[in-house]
Design a protein around this ligand. Sequence first.
Ligand code: UDP
Length: 241
Amino acid sequence: MKKYIKKIYNGTQKEYENYLKNQLQKEEKTFVVTANPEILMLGENKKSFDSLLMDPQTQIVADGIGIIKGAKMLGIHLPERIPGVELAEMLLKTCAESNKSVYLFGASRQVLEQLVTNLRTTYPTLNIIGFADGYVSDKQSVFEEIKRLTPDVVLVALGAPLQEELIYQNLSAFKKGIFMGVGGSFDVLSGMKKRAPKLFIKLNLEWLYRMAGSPKRWKRFFNGNVKYIWKIRKEVKNSND
Ligand code: UDP
């Protein structure tokens, strides 16, 4: 676990946002993984996902509070969370302001259409070069379309790890683009699903709000988070022995 955590961006959200804006202006290809404990556990359990996370091209930011806490247990300081949904919003705004194009891939058709409508109202200058919902049977064919369009930003909302795997498998075909898996962000940005109230976010309890609203997440929580903390405890203990 430590090898992943050591790789995580250790600046502030503002600093990372400035870095991404710069990457966008320079047209430097960038792949961002917004990590929560579940994603790091996948690296532990699946060889191909370990390669994805450890690839020097892959940048990891701490989306979940579990990442910050786990890092602390390992003696690594990460200043704050960098929520993927906020990075996605920032990228959309920056694209609108700087004449860059965006492709939106994922979520249900209803959510996606609502999101596109909202974005066209909020950012009339935003160039949405294309979009596709996440329930098409051939997801690779969507990527073929994205390759043809060469957008400046590609947001993929299919849930982890599928979104990261798809991006990673196709990354070498692109010369430029900011690529980011954004999980349930389209549901939130479309207004179809509420993000946790501000107080929950401030108290780092956004995960609790999401769990309460979705019992399906409980098993995921156990597998991702409880096992993750055990694993880190074990690593700390072994390094002290
Ligand atoms: N999704 C999709 N296609 C699929 C499965 C999921 O487009 O085949 C979408 C789903 O509609 C949701 C997102 O992927 O918008 C995953 O959201 P979730 O909240 O599970 O992701 P998290 O933020 O927890 O990673």
